[in-house]
Design a protein around this ligand. Sequence first.
Ligand code: ACO
Length: 401
Amino acid sequence: VVDIRKLYGQSGKFTYDPGFTSTASCQSAITYIDGGEGVLLHRGYPIDQLAEHSTFMEVAYLLLHGDLPKKNELDKFSKTITYHTMVHEQLVHFFRGFRRDAHPMSVMCGVVGALSAFYHDSTDITDPTQRLIASHRLIAKMPTIAAMAHKYSLGQPFLYPQNDLSYTGNFLRMTFGVPAEPYEVNPVIERAMDRIFILHADHEQNASTSTVRLAGSSGANPFACIAAGIACLWGPAHGGANEAALNMLREIGDVKNIKTYVERAKDKNDPFRLMGFGHRVYKNYDPRAKVMQQTAEEVLKELNLTDPVLDVARELEHIALNDDYFVEKKLYPNVDFYSGIILNAIGFPTEMFTALFALARTTGWVAQWNEMISDPEQKIGRPRQLYVGATQRDYVPMDER
Ligand code: ACO
């Protein structure tokens, strides 16, 4: 706690908490994490149970509405989402303005932010009906936009949504299908992808979710807020870590090289960190990483692939978890450690990994955004600062400096 009177003669006290490691910015009833025990609950339901028994649509409904849907509620919700999967035809032109080699996250930031220019009937945040329509639109259009970003980078034509497919099946077809050719959705891959979406759906007040809330606290429209979340998620310490983790595992290349990288990660003079290891909140095994590892094994088996990178990952995990440095600092594999291996096996280029994370996290973002707007105690977010700059001084003319 800083007494600012002592510093600058102003009144009051505030806490100086870089990175907000011990400041609750809001009340929330959506997600609970016990980082010490490795527990993650959405609306009270453990993540491993949701990953095993539910679908991403069910989890999206749960996050948004607070309870698991009854069958008729889920059918209605899924139908509504399906209804909104198409994007405005003008957006196709917007896409064409990007360079083909643009990172999908830069395209997604721009395109999602631009949705507010197309859907004027869902930007009045004081109207709960408009808020719900905006939420449905965002959840529904993210797979279409992510798939379009992928197709655009390949120079291939866009595929329109095919609404008799599931949310995830539709996304796989729009990403990997070719126009005028039938696309068979592999149920094992569809299930694995759906599970990856479930595992990334929400994670309480992480950096991107806090960004969405902060942007939304000013009354900004939901599309702009989600675009802000996408921008924040892009960073390698957050959503970009899955891309970085796979690149690192590829760079290690062989089990015999692991020790060198582990030593580098422990060296204070080397900025290298084991990507996919450590977490601000989990000081135990990230429960999502366990499901992710199992999914990686299932997908490789289904596709009849052997990936030496999976051997490197397993061995790296084993070595790190038995090393005093990682044990003392409570550094465990996080959700990103194994996800890249699965996405790579399914056929996604590494640049798409964070875009997939953004697609899934959109459900959490819109749930958190709605919760914030509905909270009567909600205020514009306005952190304080500890000023450490110059005291007042007089302007010096250019020729006297
Ligand atoms: N490899 C080696 N050392 C590490 C690692 C790592 N991956 N992560 C943390 N440490 C060390 C730090 O050097 C620090 O050591 P010190 O106390 O001797 O200075 C200590 O552990 C604590 O690290 P902090 O950075 O202070 O911990 P913080 O909670 O701020 O960081 C973070 C969490 C950013 C996730 C960090 O662990 C990291 O950079 N991991 C690699 C990137 C990554 O996987 N990110 C994905 C996070 S999950 C997600 O966003 C979905």
